[in-house]
Design a protein around this ligand. Sequence first.
Ligand code: CAA
Length: 380
Amino acid sequence: MDFKYTEEQLAVKEAARDFAQNVLKPGVIERDIHAKFPEEEAKELGALGFLGMMVDPKYGGGGMDTVSYVLAMEEISKVDASMAVCMSVCNSLVCWGLERFGTEEQKQKFLAPIARGEKIGAFCLSEPEAGSDATSQRTTAIDMGDHYLLNGTKNWITNGSSASIYIVIAQTDKEKGHRGINAIIVERGMDGFIVGEKEDKMGIRGSDTHTLIFNDVKVPKENRIGEEGFGFKFAMQTLGGGRIGIASQAMGIAAGALDLAIAYSKERQTFGKEINKHQGIAFKLADMATQVQAARLMCLNAASLKDQGEDFAEAASMAKLYASDIAQTVTTEAVQIHGGYGYVREYEVERMMRDAKITQIYEGTSEIQKIVISRSILAD
Ligand code: CAA
């Protein structure tokens, strides 16, 4: 891995930073309080090309590499983790899957509008009884000849109400287990498709997380991604890249909390000196910075492997496992360094601490990452 960023990568990082600091930061506390999705901000982010950054320019994307994506995700997550998860899902779970496995018609119809920033996408795998155990899909897509009849409920769907293109994983043939699962594209407005309740969450409150209900939704056969029965492998491969996105989100949350803790430690005085002149605080900051840098390098390593066309599943899971753990530690320490101020909204680190928790849960819990990693290192 080359540790020196290219000029293009640095320009992407700078653009994401500008956007985060100037557009996202002003309203982030209010959006958290009112659990408000950053609708206008998402449109602007899309118009800047950040929702389909890695998509081929012929489909309206930015044609950037995964390293640039990690750098941009860090900058957005430092300020607004809710915006970051919307960005991660669009780039990694929806755009990547459509570009890698979709037909030319699907790319023109569904991928290009997301890449151009005109529409938002969602990835619908989790169910009330199939979060970690992804093969146990209860949602069914029954083959009716020219269409699938989709029935079931999906839970905790990121971009649930802001999306208009949904990739839904559903069981077509139960007998075939994971080989009987399909990934099909559902559009907002299809008869029988209902966006259900919004979750009232502990963190990433600006992200619109919903239950989705499918009642006899007729989905044309041409909306299936890949061959019949490819849905589970589609989901697994797509989630591999998604884990780079969420690892970068976790690392970015931690990096944001570290920045605030450093700044605060230079302002706040106790016992006649800046608090960072007390070794107890200085050592905390040193540990936090080391953890953030280690997580950053793991994210970049997974991204670089992906860019080189190498197998990156193990590296992505390792990055997500580590980055989400240190996001807990670093944000908690940032609150501690802020003392009483850290516990109030205005100082932002309490939100970061709440936001960080989800990164150990979604796109595969930490335990799921350990399954992926242990299987990989123990394989013959
Ligand atoms: N690439 C390609 N194929 C893969 C694969 C991968 N990365 N991983 C597994 N497969 C294939 C296997 O080779 C196997 O195929 P064959 O039978 O043909 O050999 C098939 O898939 C089944 O694999 P496993 O036996 O390993 O499957 P499993 O039932 O043991 O499950 C698991 C493995 C890793 C636990 C998986 O279920 C998993 O990742 N679960 C977590 C799901 C998850 O991340 N959910 C999060 C929801 S999305 C989200 O959170 C988005 C959001 O809102 C932010």
